[in-house]
Design a protein around this ligand. Structure first.
Ligand code: NAD
Ligand code: IPM
Ligand code: MN
Length: 353
């Protein structure tokens, strides 16, 4: 019996999570798996119901399941709340409480979508890299933080063990891929980045087969759009990983395509990298593929069923190959369909496989 907690959240969150849950239920039926899915309010949706973005009940449920499936949180309705009361702060607290220190964000081009990006097809074709973003440290969590009428301040701080554990995990991931790791920092300016770099090189001694390169984050942003095929595994700090993974979204054609897995030693959460997209929320227009591919990552990493993960990716590929597109990935001659229609097609392809 697998226990999933779903947190649809705000904006397009409930729309894309509904699609992902249909995929999970179809797979449970097909393979006779016992999977329970408990939905809990989170973010603005929870605030509107309970006056609290992350209730103790939701947190406890997340701590007592095998995997959390998150949609997205945030939106204009809650953006003027005090900083520590915003939906985004609740997401950071949830990641911290579950100790999800590693966030895997795979940037891979589907053949059918090489023309969907603003980047040229021959630059993109064959791109397949993994951004490993440190998720529970750095400037997102450092103290002191705050602002008054005259100053605003945050602290970028890393502890030795925080850098060491993410570095080890990144070298491990590189060993399972093409054995090329790029560590991205700003060591020419920031002491906390020099510290990061020193530790990554220390850990490298245990992984001599991996080719390690250091890259400054400004250059890395340019290199990702200039020649994305040069990358295999990227490891980087929390803030840099946030920015670079949205840039990587354009490799896949849309933010709506990029899944993620947030992993710790005891818990795991699966979340598309995009936000609540208030501009298209409630219109049945959102691309659910990032969330459905996050379910594939759940089957692979938490349930250890790589064959089912592969079936999900294949169903996505078949659906795209048949020409169906949500608006974000559509080209002029494509057939534009809704969130529910593209989900119907993915589910049908999964059932037929
Ligand atoms: P966003 O990712 O929500 O949207 C950026 C752009 O990408 C928009 O034009 C949107 O329509 C488009 N887009 C995003 N996901 C899409 C999808 N699945 N299908 C089609 N188009 C999609 O970023 P934003 O507008 O900067 O932020 C909106 C809100 O979401 C903010 O409150 C922000 O804090 C929050 N946010 C939450 C998360 C999260 O919960 N994990 C992540 C990022 C942003
Ligand atoms: C993401 C988001 C979050 C982040 C926000 C909403 C807290 O942008 O998951 O990429 O910055 O980590
Ligand atoms: Mn982000």
């Amino acid at each position: 019996m697998f226990k999933i907690v779903s947190l649809p959240g705000d904006g397009i969150g409930p729309e894309v999570v509904a699609g992902a849950i249909r995929v999970i239920n179809a797979l449970a039926d097909k393979h006779r798996l016992e999977i329970s899915i408990d939905e809990h309010p989170f973010g603005g949706a929870s605030y509107d119901l309970h006056g609290d973005m992350l209730t103790e009940e939701t947190l406890e449920a997340c701590k007592n399941c095998d995997a959390v499936l998150l949609g997205a949180v945030g939106g204009p309705k809650w953006e003027n709340l005090p900083h520590d009361k915003k939906p985004e702060a609740a997401l950071l607290r949830l990641r911290k409480e579950l100790e999800l220190f590693a966030n895997f964000r795979p940037a891979k081009v589907y053949d059918a979508l090489v023309n969907a990006s603003s980047l040229k097809a021959d630059i993109l074709s064959g791109t397949d890299f993994m951004v490993i973003r440190e998720l529970t440290g750095g400037i997102y969590f450092g103290q002191p933080r705050g602002y008054d009428d005259n100053r605003g301040w945050n602290t970028m701080v890393y502890e030795h063990h925080e850098v060491e554990r993410i570095a080890r995990l990144a070298f491990d991931a590189a060993m399972k891929r093409k054995k090329k790791l790029v560590s991205i920092d700003k060591a020419n300016v920031l002491e906390s980045s020099q510290f990061w770099r020193n530790i990554v090189h220390e850990v490298h001694k245990d992984f001599p087969e991996v080719e390690l390169t250091d890259m400054y984050v400004d250059n890395a942003a340019m290199q990702i759009v200039r020649d994305p095929k040069q990358f295999d595994v990227i490891v980087t700090k929390n803030l840099f990983g946030d920015i670079l993974s949205d840039i990587s979204g354009m490799i896949t054609g849309s933010l709506g395509m990029l899944p993620s897995a947030s992993i710790g030693t005891t818990h795991a959460m699966y979340e598309p990298i995009h936000g609540s997209a208030p501009d298209i929320a409630g219109q049945n227009k959102a691309n659910p593929i990032a969330t459905i591919a996050s379910v594939a990552m759940m089957f692979e990493h938490t349930f250890c069923m790589k064959n089912i993960a592969d079936d999900i990716y294949q169903a996505i590929e078949q659906t795209l190959a048949s020409g169906l597109r949500t608006a974000d990935i559509a080209q002029p001659r494509d057939r534009v369909v809704s969130t529910t229609e593209i989900t119907d097609a993915i589910v049908a392809n999964l059932q037929a496989s």
